[in-house]
Every structure is written in C-alpha cells, then in structure tokens.
Design a protein around this ligand. Structure first.
Ligand code: GTP
Ligand code: MG
Length: 370
C-alpha cells in the first residue's frame, strides 16, 4: 500500500509520465516513474498544470509511507544488527538466548534487574547486537506476512544429535523469503551422538553449504548449555553485520515495529517496540498500529528507566490508549494533534476493515451451506 507514484499522478491528470518527470525536474524534484510523491510535490504539479487537487488524489492519511521522508546518505550512521533465533523445537533456541544474555549482559551490569521484555541487547567488541526473543518462527512469519521486516540476520539453531527437522526446513524457507543472511548454529555438540558433519551434509542439501566445503554459509559449532562457542557465534554475527552495512539516522522522529504488547493491570497498555530508525523519546506523540498516545515512560531490556532509545533498540513503553499487535508499525509525529488525527484515522479504517472482514466471512459461510 504505497502512496501516489509519478505514473499514478500522470494518469490522473492526463499527462505522459515522461513529461511529468521532466516537469518535476524543472521544479527541483528528481523522481522515477514508480517513486512515491510527497504531498508538496503533488501540490506543485497540480498548481503547475492548473489542476484542482481533488479528494481522489489526497494522500491516504492512514498510510505511514506517506509521512516518511527518505534519509540523506550523510545522515546515516552504523546501527546494531537485529538478530532472530530460529530452529526446530527443542534444538536449544531459548538456552542459546539465555547463554548469550548470561555471559554478556550481566558483565558490568551488576545491580541491573534483568527483566524479560522479549528482546535484548548485548555488547561484543564495543559493538551492540540486538536479539529478538520471538517465540520461534511463527512470530517471525506473522510479522513478515504483515510487511514488517525487523530481522537483519537469522540464526538457525540445529541440534547436532537430531539434525535437520521439519521446522528447520521451514525456518530456512522463511529466512530465504525474507532475504536475510543465515548463520548456522550447530548446537549440543557436547552430547553423545552429536554429529556436526551430518548436520552440514543435510543443510547442504538445502543449499546451505559450509565455507569449508566451498560454500558461503557460516557454521558455528556450540554448546548452548555449556556456554561453549558463544564468542565465535557473536564474532560471526558482527562479521555479517559489517558486510550488511546496516545504517540508520538517529536524528529524526522514530519509526519501527511492535515486538509484543499487552494490557497490564497496573500500567495499562504496555508495548515492546523495536526502534528501527530515528530516536524515540519520553513525551513523544506516537501512533502505534491502530492506537496512539504519548510515550509516558520507557524501560530498557535491563528493566531500567530510559529517556531515549536509538536505532535497533528494543524498549518497553507505556502511555498508549490501546493495545497494539505484534508486527504493527509505529511512527512518532512532531505534533500531538497530527498524531491524534492519524491515530484516529487508522482506528476508523481498522474498524471498517474488521466489519468488512466479518461480512465477507458470513457471506462465505452462507455460500458454503447452499
Ligand atoms: P522450543 O522453544 O520448545 O522450540 O525449544 P528451544 O529450541 O528453545 O530449546 P530449549 O532451549 O528449550 O532446549 C531444549 C532442551 O535441550 C533443554 O532441555 C535444554 O537444556 C537442552 N539443550 C539446549 N542446548 C543444549 C546443549 O548445548 N547441550 C545439551 N546437552 N542440551 C542442550
Ligand atoms: Mg524456546
């Protein structure tokens, strides 16, 4: 659901796309035919051709894309990688996440209450890495199907005593579809019957060929339970992050995705957000999914109150009027009135869509019984 592209506008005002591109250029706007136009450019063009801006071509206020301006290259700086751990049931995903957190987060964080907020950040070699503790790839898939891409790198955990299993293959397919690099963590190498070579063999059949065998997939052998190989894995994550050249602009209003949200008895709506661009601040006017509000308080992954959260940082916020859903996008607006307007528009649209869904469902039901 994009905004209005150059060719869309050309069609609406009966002009050639190429003519419009030229006209835009003379107005100082460089655009290709499939590029979305901002409201200002649309207005300029309409003025130029003496076209009345009809309601038809007014931008969809419920679409965040229409409020996002692209960052200039010089404003972008390196940001931490966001890593998701995937793999078959019982292959050791949670144990691995816990081991990483135990070995890294507690270092130099004495006194910090490690609170579970579904995501956490560690520091390795002076670089931060964000881990998402999503419950398996179901959440990953549901987020992706909703257009939210939060993961930069997928870690595929495969137990060395069990090998490639159905959910391993599913996870491979999800990661491939999302076009994120995959690092293989061959886990449980401490176990009797562990056979890392077999895991490599089986994964090769799925196109994941180890570097040792002439391929380009990184394999790390580890024992999550004995905390062996954790540093190797983190080193590989940093290596892949560097290749990916992950960047963001911390000096803009925050945008990102909901990791999880719930209604808390005492605190009301509590949402864990992943800031993907910009910096989120306490007091910001924010639209989250189909709800909105002002960020009342923010708590980081160590359970500490913070006032700001930069790119790739997971943070828990309170202050929303409702409870959003995992995978919902969020966006901060400079002015509270605008946030309210857009929040209400999205709410309204959501209600209408839900109603239409219901009508569709009942019609389908009806036809099934005829
Ligand atoms: P689900 O969340 O149910 O999909 O499982 P999971 O992938 O999170 O696996 P989990 O971390 O819960 O580990 C499953 C079992 O394997 C637990 O009993 C762990 O103690 C054990 N386990 C995990 N890692 C290792 C390891 O490196 N070596 C050995 N021997 N056992 C491990
Ligand atoms: Mg688990």
């Amino acid at each position: 659901s994009g905004g209005l592209t150059v060719s869309d506008l050309a069609e609406k005002i009966n002009k050639d796309t190429s003519e419009l591109i030229k006209k835009l250029m003379t107005l100082g706007v460089m655009a290709t035919k499939n590029q979305n136009l901002d409201a200002e450019s649309i207005e300029l063009i309409c003025e130029e051709y003496g076209v009345e801006v009809e309601e038809e071509i007014v931008l969809d206020a419920t679409d965040f894309d229409n409020f996002i301006t692209e960052d200039k290259e010089e404003d972008l700086i390196e940001r931490p990688a966001v890593v998701t751990i995937m793999g078959h049931v019982d292959h050791g995903k949670t144990t691995l996440l816990d081991s990483i957190r135990d070995t890294k987060v507690t270092e130099g964080e004495a006194g910090g209450i490690t609170q579970h907020i579904g995501a956490y950040q560690i520091v390795e070699n002076n670089k931060r890495i964000t881990f998402l503790d999503t419950p398996g790839h179901a959440a990953f898939t549901s987020m992706r199907s909703r257009g939210a891409q939060v993961t930069d790198i997928a870690i595929l955990v495969v137990a060395a005593d069990d090998g490639v299993m159905p959910q391993t293959v599913e996870a491979i397919n999800h990661a491939k579809a999302a076009e994120v690099p995959i690092i293989i963590a061959v886990n449980k190498i401490d176990k009797e019957g562990a056979n890392p070579d077999r895991v490599m063999q089986e994964l090769s059949e799925h196109g994941l060929i180890p570097e040792d065998w002439g391929g380009d997939t990184i394999f790390v052998q580890l024992s999550a339970i004995k905390k062996e190989g954790i540093d190797d894995l983190l080193e590989m994550i940093l290596l892949v992050s560097e290749v990916e050249e992950l960047k963001a602009n911390p000096n803009r209003n925050a945008t990102g995705t909901v990791i999880e949200a719930e209604l808390d008895k005492g605190r009301g709506s509590v949402a864990t957000l992943l800031v993907q661009n910009g910096t989120l601040n306490v007091g910001d006017s924010i639209v989250v999914g189909n709800t909105f509000g002002r960020v009342r308080a923010m708590v980081n992954d160590l359970g500490r109150r913070v006032k700001t959260a930069g790119p790739s940082t997971p943070v828990e916020i309170t202050g929303l009027s409702g409870v959003p859903e995992a995978g919902d996008p969020f966006m901060v607006f400079e002015d509270e009135r605008k946030a309210r307007q857009i929040g209400e528009a999205r709410q309204q649209k959501h209600i209408v869509e839900k109603r239409n869904d219901k009508v569709k469902v009942s019609l389908d039901d009806l036809f099934e019984h005829i």
